[in-house]
Design a protein around this ligand. Structure first.
Ligand SMILES: [Zn+2]
Length: 508
């Protein structure tokens, strides 16, 4: 092998799309992450780059493996939301193409991708991006990608890639490791011949609440089973639960296998075997949600003397899957029942947060929730007398779980006391991932009996200290991200599909 430094193009497009959420605009990417050329190049050299951790892991591992040179192309990411504005996506891909041509010849390309994006005009932008990269670099150059395990995988995506590596943890705590892994695969492919990627899609769309990776869950067991087959020709086994709420043709659980040395037969046969095992276990991928009235009774018990800490996960209003973070049914129900010791967070309402910041700590006022959300079906307005307990500019550094060690902002934020229920109101839509989001508002979690989280499951990586897993109830409330899949207005999901339809069937 030549000792010349490998030149590897670095790019990314990272967005998880909920079909029914508002369009993700160019400005939303701009506010989250959109870097190219020299700016991205400089970012890649930093200890804690603002890119996703998979890219940092890839760069660090490549540094260890030998001489190489990263060639920064472009990378864009946004909070989970609705389909991306197509004009922005087209501009992004054209820009990546132009930069690839200018940088030619490259020895490889690395892509950081979520894999469940939509645009306002395309249901497979990830496939489009990968295919257009492949068309420029030609069939011989390795193109490797790290993807979220919630990716919806198309044939177009896998045909264009030489290695496909999905996260194995949910909550997603292994991005850096997966970036390191794909760097090793890249070196293996250069040494041992072409990478091939085979995918088998099942008519199975597990709700997000049934995709937890934790001891004893079906998803954890199947992912572990997949890893027992890695070795020899098989470089990677990815079990992708998918993201049903994208409501598109490629939705479904996908088993994706990468083989080296061009061994497509080995990849295909393993993918089929594993898919069969997943399908046999499909009944385990359903989850029981707790009705709102039952959740309120549990909160009353938790708030009574001797009650143990409780977490109510408002899984149907998860900003981490495109939800608004602003439904009020649980808030209204807890207040009506006179629940005590409740903290609800983080609730997205920029107008309310700004009003509280203008009034100042100690002010008493009428808190009007969702005054600006007339177009949002699920964000019902309501109002309560409240007192401003604390204020913050919303900047925080994660201290536990998925965002540990990285800097984030929630915009102007306020802690409001509604009597028995305190609400942490923020301006920039996001889920509750880290206790630091509450620390900056002066919350002492020891004073909380019931924590209501606007998050589906990623909070679990950080709030295990507050309450054990058996004290977490996933509540069946209203919202854009309901795991109650039978209730959604599907138009593009291929049917029948389990568990929405009872007659779904599959054979290898
Ligand atoms: Zn995910």
């Amino acid at each position: 092998m030549a000792t010349a430094a490998l030149r590897v193009g670095i790019c990314g497009f990272f967005l998880e799309c909920n079909r029914w959420a508002p369009v993700t605009t160019r400005a939303m990417f701009g506010a989250a992450l959109d870097m190219a050329g020299d700016v991205l190049q400089a970012e890649l050299a930093r200890e804690q780059p603002r890119t996703l951790p998979d890219t940092a892991g890839f760069v660090a591992q490549m540094n260890q493996l030998g001489p190489w040179q990263p060639v920064a192309l472009r990378m864009a990411a946004a909070q989970p939301g609705g389909p991306a504005e197509h004009a922005f996506f087209e501009e992004l891909v054209s820009d990546i193409e132009a930069r690839l041509r200018a940088a030619a010849p490259l020895d490889a390309v690395f892509i950081s991708s979520h894999g469940a994006a939509l645009t306002t005009e395309s249901d497979d932008p990830d496939g489009e991006l990968f295919a257009r990269i492949r068309a420029i670099v030609g069939p011989q150059v390795p193109v490797v990608a790290v993807l979220d395990l919630h990716t919806n995988v198309s044939q177009r995506m896998t045909d264009a890639l030489s290695a496909f590596v999905a996260y194995r943890c949910n909550p997603h705590t292994d991005l850096r490791e997966r970036g390191e892994e794909v760097a090793r695969h890249l070196h293996a492919l250069i040494a041992n011949g072409p990478g091939v990627v085979e995918r088998v899609r099942l008519p199975l769309v597990p709700p997000a609440t049934a995709q937890l990776v934790a001891p004893g869950t079906p998803y954890a067991e199947l992912i572990a089973l997949g890893q027992t087959h890695v070795g020899g020709a098989i470089l990677n086994v990815s079990l992708c639960g998918g993201f049903a709420l994208a409501d598109c043709e490629k939705c479904g659980f996908s088993v994706v296998v990468t083989a080296q040395g061009g061994d497509r037969a080995a990849a295909r046969s393993l993918a089929l075997d594993l898919a069969q095992t997943v399908w046999q276990q499909r009944d385990r991928f359903v989850s029981r949600l707790t009705p709102v009235d039952e959740a309120v009774r549990a909160a009353l018990d938790a708030g009574a003397p001797g009650g143990a800490p409780l977490i109510l996960a408002d899984v149907a209003d998860n900003p981490g899957a495109g939800g608004g973070g602003n439904t009020v049914l649980l808030l209204q129900s807890l207040l009506a029942a006179g629940a005590q010791g409740v903290l609800l967070g983080v609730f997205t309402d920029a107008a309310l947060a700004q009003e509280a910041n203008a009034l100042g700590v100690g002010a008493n006022f009428i808190a009007r929730f969702n005054r600006d959300q007339r177009d949002d079906l699920f964000a019902q307005p309501c109002q309560y007398p409240a007192r401003v307990l604390a204020l913050s500019d919303g900047r925080f550094v994660g201290r536990r779980g998925m965002v540990k060690g990285s800097q984030h902002e929630m915009g102007p934020s306020a802690l409001l006391d509604l009597g028995g229920v305190r609400v942490a109101v923020i301006s920039k839509r996001q889920q509750l991932l880290d206790p630091a989001q509450l620390d900056v508002l002066g919350v002492d979690l020891a004073s909380v009996r019931t924590l209501v989280v606007k998050s589906r499951g990623h909070f679990r990586a950080a709030f295990d200290e507050f309450a054990p897993r058996e004290r977490i109830l996933e509540v069946d409330g209203p919202g854009l991200t309901t795991p109650n899949l039978k209730t959604l207005p599907w138009t593009r999901m291929p049917r029948p599909v389990f568990p929405i339809d009872d007659d779904a069937n599959w054979s290898p």
